[in-house]
Design a protein around this ligand. Structure first.
Ligand code: SP5
Ligand code: ZN
Length: 346
């Protein structure tokens, strides 16, 4: 299986993030995650590493707001220019606003850097540093390359994306995500045929949900911790099933704390049947290993055997699949967990 990977992710390494209560903690979505996954894949005899192709910005602009992408491109340099303390020790800093826009159709978006940031960022867990923009574009190109492989060779491919993408919406960053890699890939594939996106990251794929909410040509399904107790809190509930032409083409499966393999797999079966009834030509699979019993951010109890069964169940769809890396923060087990799921698709 082709594994699309770019070293551009490595320099995107914010020194901290901010947890609830204003606690500064080391950034959990760190470069070591990719090193662990790469090391585990290199031990197999089927992983074939490749550089992503350069798709430019067009397929990214097809999903994201132009001004938002321009904001991502320039905010670090603007911040550096506006603050001498940042310029003096850039590596100790990460760019974040402290005021956030409620989406109430403002008559204008403040032109100040922090005003734009509060509009384009939804939380304190997607820190921007110098390398963030470049890493995000390369990450999207890994996803597009996997989609292209699924299309051209009717096969499965893995976009080893970092930063992840499923919390980023058309015009906002959030949850370590800046560009919605899976959505960019799915939108690109949707010009070739019907696409289903299945998101098995522990967190609700709010960005993906938002982007396709009014479309019927891309079915979106997310299985995740119930937003009644889990981030991103305000989206991902069972009653959200699409709107307008997209009504009936989105499905959330919010699950309780402590969800184990058996409970997870029975929900997955339901999701897979929904995908079968849609009869798509392609699958975009957002994988997050933060459903793992040992994950520091998750509250599910999925085991190693669980990941193997999840992979097997999804592979039974027999669809050309672009598999896209999202979250998973138990770094010591992350590589093996990815391989356990992925080896079904080799
Ligand atoms: C891609 C992805 O998995 N993003 C997840 C972003 C979650 N950020 C919210 C962090 C909330 C921290 N809560 C502290 C719980 C520690 N036990
Ligand atoms: Zn997650």
């Amino acid at each position: 299986m082709k594994i699309f990977h770019s070293e551009a992710h490595r320099a995107h390494d914010p020194p901290f993030e901010v947890f609830d209560g204003g606690q500064r903690v080391p950034y959990l979505e760190n470069p070591d995650r990719i090193d662990r996954i790469t090391a585990a894949l290199k031990k197999t005899d089927w992983a074939e590493f490749a550089e992503p192709a350069d798709f430019g910005l067009d397929p990214i602009h097809a999903v994201h707001d132009r001004d938002y992408i321009a904001f991502l491109a320039s905010c670090w340099t603007e911040w550096l220019a506006s603050d001498s303390a940042v310029a003096a020790s850039p590596r100790d800093h990460a760019f974040l606003p402290a005021t956030f826009a409620l989406r109430r159709r403002p008559t204008s978006i403040s032109s100040t850097l922090l005003g734009r940031a509060g509009y384009y960022m939804m939380d304190l867990s997607s820190c921007i540093v110098e390398a963030t923009y470049r890493a995000s574009i390369a990450s999207a190109h890994c996803a597009l390359s996997a989609a292209q492989e699924a299309f051209q060779n009717s096969t499965n491919a893995f976009g080893l994306c970092r930063p992840p993408g499923h919390h980023a919406g058309r015009d906002y960053a959030g949850g370590y995500c800046f560009i919605n890699n899976a959505s960019v890939a799915a939108n690109w594939l949707s010009a070739k045929g019907k696409v289903a996106i299945l998101d098995v990251d522990y967190h609700a794929g709010n960005g993906t949900q938002d982007i396709f909410y009014e479309r019927s040509d891309v079915l979106t399904i997310s299985i995740h911790g119930d937003p009644d107790y889990e981030y991103p809190y305000y989206i991902g509930f069972a009653g959200e099933t699409g709107a307008g032409a997209g009504l009936g083409y989105h499905q959330n499966y919010p699950l309780p704390k402590g969800t184990d393999d058996a409970a997870y797999l029975s929900t997955l079966e339901d999701a897979l049947n929904k995908i079968r009834s849609f009869s798509p030509q392609y699958l975009v699979l957002s994988i997050g290993m933060d459903t793992f019993e040992g994950d520091p951010l998750g509250r599910f109890k999925v085991t190693r055997e669980g990941f193997a069964s999840i992979g097997q169940g999804i592979h039974d769809l027999k669809l050309p699949s672009a598999i896209i890396m999202e979250g998973g923060y138990a770094n010591a087990e992350l590589g093996e967990n990815v391989v356990l799921l992925l080896e079904n698709f080799k």
